[in-house]
Design a protein around this ligand. Structure first.
Ligand code: G1P
Length: 292
């Protein structure tokens, strides 16, 4: 039912300067793959067939990553490097296509999502994934679990996760109640102070929306940070429609928009990598902090 996902990638990634001066932050690697590739793989696993990048003129490396590189392929073929060829063969999963729309001005996440409006059909529900957030699950990806749940009830959904008091002001925060069909969202606030926050449940970068969200975004005024906030349009949606909170259980999220979160992702994904894990674990065990 959900075939399209919007990936907002127009942000300039100033938190990671100087690394992101000429490289999109979505192209930063976790072990051996850029962040955006993990996101596209999670989307494909959820049955998504159309990736809509909302992008910026400085971010063409992302589109190039999902395009063919014939020169590289011919070179690897000629050198008999079939193993390396296999690594770039399936970067864009079969049956999935990527299209781009531009966000001409950095007016906020809500505005970025609205830029993709013309690519959606009028009555089409859609997903949004924030490429800063990696979600690891040994069995079933976060978006796949959300899509399965959406096909049962047909209401908008947002992935939620508990954060410490000190981190509440970095995220969208949800008020919830236990409904008959699960966790119902009753209000959403973007980056509140701890005193204003209705809970410790933060929005973690995976969403499914009914079409109504797009029309609400058209009327959403600048909010926190002077930006048009997706969270504000979602809060408005709650006045007319239900929205479910999705708790990502037995998995792990990584906020790679934050340096510490990004480092944790690299360490933990390396520890899960069959080829690296043994040596890397041994190295960590031997690591002598007193010499650093
Ligand atoms: C965005 C959203 C916020 C959400 C966060 C998740 O904020 O606006 O609601 O909790 O992503 O990472 P940003 O990180 O772009 O400031």
């Amino acid at each position: 039912m959900i075939k399209k996902v919007i990936l907002p990638v127009a942000g300039l990634g100033t938190r990671f300067l100087p690394a992101t001066k000429s490289i999109p932050k979505e192209m930063l690697t976790v072990v051996d793959k850029p962040l955006i590739q993990y996101i596209v793989e999670e989307a494909a696993e959820a049955g998504i067939t159309e990736i809509i990048l909302v992008t910026h003129s400085s971010k063409s490396a992302i589109e190039n990553h999902f395009d063919k590189n014939y020169e590289l392929e011919i070179e690897l073929e000629a050198r008999g490097k079939q193993d390396r060829l296999a690594l770039i063969d399936n970067i864009l999963p079969k049956g999935v296509s990527v299209i781009s729309v531009r966000q001409p001005e950095a007016l906020g996440l809500g505005h970025a999502i609205l830029c993709a409006k013309s690519v959606l059909n009028d009555n089409e529900p859609f997903a949004v994934m924030l490429p800063d957030v990696l979600m690891h699950h040994a069995q079933k990806g976060c978006l796949a679990q959300m899509v399965a749940s959406f096909s049962d009830h047909g209401h908008s959904m947002v992935a939620l996760e508990e954060v410490a008091d000190a981190d509440v002001e970095k995220y969208g925060i949800a008020a919830i109640k236990e409904g008959e069909q699960g966790l119902e969202v009753t209000a959403l606030v973007e980056k509140p102070s701890v005193a204003e926050a209705p809970s410790n449940l933060s929005v973690v970068g995976r969403y499914i929306f009914t079409p109504k969200l797009m029309s609400l975004l058209e009327d959403t005024q600048p909010g926190a940070g002077g930006e048009i906030q997706l969270t504000d349009a979602m809060d408005e949606l709650l006045k007319t429609e239900k929205m479910f909170g999705f708790e990502f259980k037995n998995g792990q999220s990584y906020d790679c928009g934050d340096k510490l979160g990004y480092l944790k992702a690299n360490v933990e994904y390396a520890l899960r990598d069959a080829k690296l894990a043994g040596d890397f674990k041994a190295y960590l065990a031997r690591l002598d902090n007193t010499k650093i």
